[in-house]
Design a protein. Structure first.
Length: 396
């Protein structure tokens, strides 16, 4: 299969906010180019992207997975749906055996067991770690458990049936598993290599965190009762961020296999997955402290490039931090990219690599000639999806 990479770059300005906190509650930061920068971790934006798939219905639920410790309960619910005569504890027992047959370790959490009241059913077993399984894998484990329901222990002692459980957990992956990968330390042979690499977003300029001192007044205080009912501080910053992600389309296609549905060619689910990722990565936003700051913004500019050589980040354009002598960072950041991209493409790039640009406002005008301009996000997404499908159809 042809090697196909999709680079997605974005400039996005966020007002005072705390999108992604460190262990002290302060916005995450990093030193780059010798100065402190605002930082949003790759994990935070990957989580926001995955959530956006479901919230905005970019993909059918059957094409998505769930990452949870409560995997036994998830399978048990499907068992009951398949066979309504199997309820509650019986369904949980069957589900637990099927999950363990796939190689995953489960236990009843001690905290929940200790909190259970006398006479109540025992808490459901949970995986010892977060497990990422597709909807179709959960369905497959449930069907296997129902098949062996008469004597599940003996059924799963049969090596062929146990192997089937592992095969179910390692085939028919969901789009989000194929994109973001899966790591299970205890069962390394069902690990999935991620097709997407997401960089930590960093500010294009120097950033120092600030602290907001706030008070809350007790509504029931009388005039004689002065003072605050609560006092606290919250750290924040504001920044123009450079965001970057690289998608290995060939890796995505290999993991998804021959299609999420039996009646469609390989290119169709890959195209759908690529379009969903590009849309969600661009439009999603981490929600840390969002009720406090309401930092609802969208990127000022997006650049997408389709390559067959290797991914290329443009973060080096900002190794020397942008300085806002004239009050703002977006225009200077756009100018930096407009100068840097042709240079890096001339020296190392792939001649004629298709590039698309989506931008808003006059401050992004310098990027107008970088690639084919899209008037709307939907146009950019559709153009990228079409180009990917055409590349996949070309003989290797």
């Amino acid at each position: 299969m042809n090697r196909i990479f999709l680079d997605v770059h974005a400039l996005q300005t966020v007002p005072p906010s705390n999108l992604n906190r460190d262990d002290t509650g302060a916005p995450k930061s990093a030193v780059y180019g010798g100065v402190p920068r605002a930082r949003v971790s790759s994990q935070a934006w990957k989580r926001a992207t995955r959530t956006y798939f479901r919230d905005e219905q970019l993909l059918d639920p059957s094409e998505l997975g769930v990452r949870t410790k409560k995997i036994v309960e998830a399978v048990a619910g499907r068992i009951t749906a398949l066979d309504p005569s199997v309820q509650d504890e019986a369904a949980l027992q069957l589900a637990d055996e099927a999950v363990k047959a796939a190689g995953l370790k489960t236990e009843v959490p001690k905290r929940k067991a200790d909190q259970a009241k006398e006479g109540e059913p025992a808490p459901a077993p949970e995986a010892k770690y977060l497990v990422f399984l597709s909807s179709r894998q959960l369905d497959g484990l449930a069907r296997l458990a129902v098949e062996g329901a008469a004597d599940i222990t003996a059924f799963l002692k049969d090596k062929k049936n146990k192997d089937r459980a592992k095969e179910i957990a390692d085939t028919r992956h969901s789009v989000d598993i194929a994109l973001f990968g899966r790591m299970v330390a205890d069962v390394a042979d069902i690990n999935v290599d991620a097709a997407v690499q997401v960089a930590h977003a960093i500010s294009v300029h120097r950033v120092e965190n600030e602290s907001d001192y706030y008070t809350a007044v007790d509504d029931e205080n009388t005039d004689e009762e002065t003072g605050a009912g609560m006092i606290g501080t919250v750290d924040f910053n504001s920044a123009t961020l450079y965001r970057y992600a690289a998608l290995g389309v060939h890796q995505l296609a290999a993991t998804l296999g021959q299609g999420l549905r039996e009646d469609e060619p390989l290119t169709e689910p890959v195209r759908r997955a690529v379009e969903a990722f590009v849309h969600a990565f661009i439009a999603s936003l981490p929600t840390g402290k969002i009720n406090t700051f309401g930092h609802h913004t969208l990127p000022d500019a997006v650049i997408v490039t389709l390559r067959t050589t290797r991914p290329v980040s443009f973060v080096s354009a900002f190794e020397e931090p942008v300085r806002a002598e004239q009050g703002g960072h977006v225009r200077q950041a756009a100018e930096r990219l407009a100068a840097y991209i042709p240079d890096i493409e001339r020296a190392y790039g792939e001649k004629g690599a298709p590039t698309w640009v989506l931008r808003v406002g006059s401050n992004t005008t310098p990027l107008a000639g970088i690639g084919t301009e899209a008037g709307r996000l939907e146009e950019l997404v559709a153009a990228v999806g079409k180009a990917v499908a055409e590349r996949l159809e070309k003989p290797a």
